[in-house]
Design a protein around this ligand. Structure first.
Ligand SMILES: [Mn+2]
Length: 272
């Protein structure tokens, strides 16, 4: 595809999975999400939980036009023939009470879980994943501490201990504690992945698609395909199934940074 076409390109997939959009919070990247939804077409769209954040809506309402726009685009997909399945998560558990009714709202089917069969015949269990929290004990934000945050922690640690010394307390290593927490969080992610894969195996699926921990990933856990479609809060990721059955995790923000920079490069190249 020519670079200048990337920005306006439309993408056609067999299936698209997104989760953890947390509409109703300021953190939702509704700008990227809205752009994504208007530039894709697909036969099946799975909303894998935590789409509308009911927990936060109860405390502080944040809803602007871009959040409406996202919902409108989802309904548009349903109207134009896409099979849309909404599997509620823990932040939109208010919908879980409606599940026994087998509801369909504006063409969007509400289901407790779904089974997706890929073009190549792989059977995937589609669930949000919070059901496995009890076995996981998750400290997500610490897993996401990057190098810079770690450096900042080291500086904070110096000051922290200078104050402790003046107050007569013994040295306590914040950075060692953080390192320990990160290690624990990484272990928790491993346990989450193993628990989800085990559930898929137990129920005779070839793989599982989930969300919940805001950590996009696609890997084999022994013989089971574990896929997490990530989120639209910290990153902007989706799982797509191409028409030939190939599964791919895409990072919409990175893709767009790339297309913006390449199209700028093309414009500059054409100008000189
Ligand atoms: Mn969740």
């Amino acid at each position: 595809m020519a670079n200048q076409d990337l920005l306006a390109a439309r993408f056609s997939y067999r299936a698209v999975f997104i989760s953890d959009t947390h509409l109703g919070t300021r953190d939702c990247r509704s700008d990227f999400l809205s752009d994504f939804l208007s530039r894709i077409t697909c036969e099946q769209l799975y909303l894998v939980g935590d789409i509308i954040d009911g927990w936060r809506l109860r405390r502080s309402w944040y809803w602007d036009e871009s959040h409406n726009e996202v919902l409108r685009k989802i309904v548009c997909h349903a109207r134009s023939g896409t099979e849309v399945t909404y599997v509620p998560g823990n932040h939109d558990e208010m919908f879980r009470g409606w599940l026994p009714l087998g509801l369909e709202i504006c063409g969007i089917r509400l289901r407790g879980e779904a089974a997706h069969v890929t073009r190549q015949g792989k059977r995937l269990l589609v669930i949000h994943g919070d059901e496995f929290d009890s076995v996981v004990r998750y400290a997500k934000f610490l897993a996401l501490l990057g190098d810079r945050a770690y450096d900042a922690a080291l500086v904070a640690n110096r000051w922290f201990n200078a104050v402790r010394r003046r107050l007569g307390y013994p040295y306590w290593s914040l950075s060692a504690w953080l390192k320990y927490q990160v290690k624990e969080a990484v272990k928790a992610i491993d346990r989450f992945e193993a628990a989800l894969a085990a559930e898929a195996r137990r129920r005779g699926f070839d793989g599982v698609v989930c969300g919940h921990i805001h950590h996009a990933e696609m890997r084999e856990v022994r013989d089971i395909l574990y896929i997490n479609d990530g989120d639209w809060v910290e990153s902007c990721t989706a799982l797509v199934e191409h028409h030939d059955g190939r599964l791919e995790l895409i990072d919409w923000a990175a893709l767009n940074r790339l297309s913006v920079s390449t199209s700028l490069a093309v414009q500059v190249a054409q100008a000189v």
